[in-house]
Ligand binder design. Sequence first.
Ligand code: GUN
Ligand code: ZN
Length: 481
Amino acid sequence: MGISFEILQKDIAARNGRLKVGDKTIRTPALLPVVNPHLPLVTPREMQEMGVEAIITNAYIFSKSSEYRDRALAEGLHKVLDFDGVIMTDSGSFQLMVYGEVEITNTETITFQQEIGSDIIVPLDIPTTPDNPREQVEEELEVTLDRIKEAREFLGPDAPLAGPVQGATFPDLREYAARRVQEIGFDFCPVGAVVPLMENYRYKDLVDVVLAAKRGLSPSTCVHLFGAGHPSMLALGAAMGCDIFDSAAYALFAKDGRYLTTYGSLKIDELSELACPCAVCRNHTAEELKKSPERERLLALHNLYVTLAEIARIRQAITDGTLWELLDIRCRSHPRLLEGYREFLRHAEELERQDRVSKRRFFYQGTESCRRTEVIRYHEMIERFTVGEKVLVSMTGDKMEEYDDVLSFKPPFGPFPTGLAETFPIGQSEVPAWDEAMMEAGCRGIARLAETHPESTVTVLAPADWAAFVRQALPGVEVLE
Ligand code: GUN
Ligand code: ZN
């Protein structure tokens, strides 16, 4: 019983995995649609038919509803919602974040969640919103940690309990919180209070906060990004090592007349075409959808289809080792997302340690590709090359007799011995006509060769149109043309 997590495949820090909750298993990354029992635009049963394996609902709403409370206690949550997959329940902390207070205690909510048969129980954490003074964040974090500990002791070591990581926008507090939660004993940890960051497009802060939390958690812990479900940011969330997403976005945006896509949200009233392969969009014209009495529900269905399809795409990308390329596309859909992506790339050294060794391919997509984990790993490997005293890095492919070793060159990686020509990443990389960003990275590879082989003299043979650039990038290295 309890919760366990198994990682099957990895790409960057993302994982394809299996989350076991009691006797149920779901595949991750997973999207848990938020179900509001009062106004289900899409029913949990329909969701199950769409391939949804787990949902999340708010226990606080159940506990405060005269209509649902007694039924949930008598029949159980699965019967009331008509869903036999995994049901995670939230504690009321979201209401705490939005309204500032709730009328329930920690032990009351966890007892109630257990009594209604929740598969994953969440204690009453305090989601401290961004930009609060450090003192307040620390204080609320200690309360949260006490409640997490109280919940663990109250329900026992094997109870299916989530351990939320708070700490607002202080990365060191996030890392500390994660370590403390991990010590108390959790296999499932949500990163909390990130909704305000996402609502305000603060993806750079999101990256700093999530990567800090990840540093404090064990790599084998299943990580839930609380309240994240917009299809444009799921690839980034997964790449950071988040396994579970939950979203009310599909329904909230539908109520607001918004049509989700992987590159942003569109106003349905401004659309003349429905460029989407889902059942809703193929069975309606834009005009029909706008005027339909079922407009909200149809929009919610479309929004959910799009989000679930993106999850499938991410899982496939992890299997194929092509998640960097999906990120390259997704993170260009909004400048603030690109800002988040660049922040993510600033952490590439730490990501490199988690990334897998070999992939299907490396497609160069511009400047950002030069910071990919594969480039960093390659540069670290250069240290281990065995070369003679006189080494030539031939960018032109020409060989010269007087050198002990002649290495070839491929940007953004750098020098490579013939023996590596067919292996990853050299052999599986597709690079367009050289540009300055990739040449700069390639020259860093040459600099690394020179630095780590002080007993060798490195000379570069550059094509005429790149010689000046290479000389500038490699001061102190002889460059022939
Ligand atoms: N839903 C969105 N964010 C949070 C959070 O930080 N904690 C809980 N419990 N639920 C949330
Ligand atoms: Zn559609």
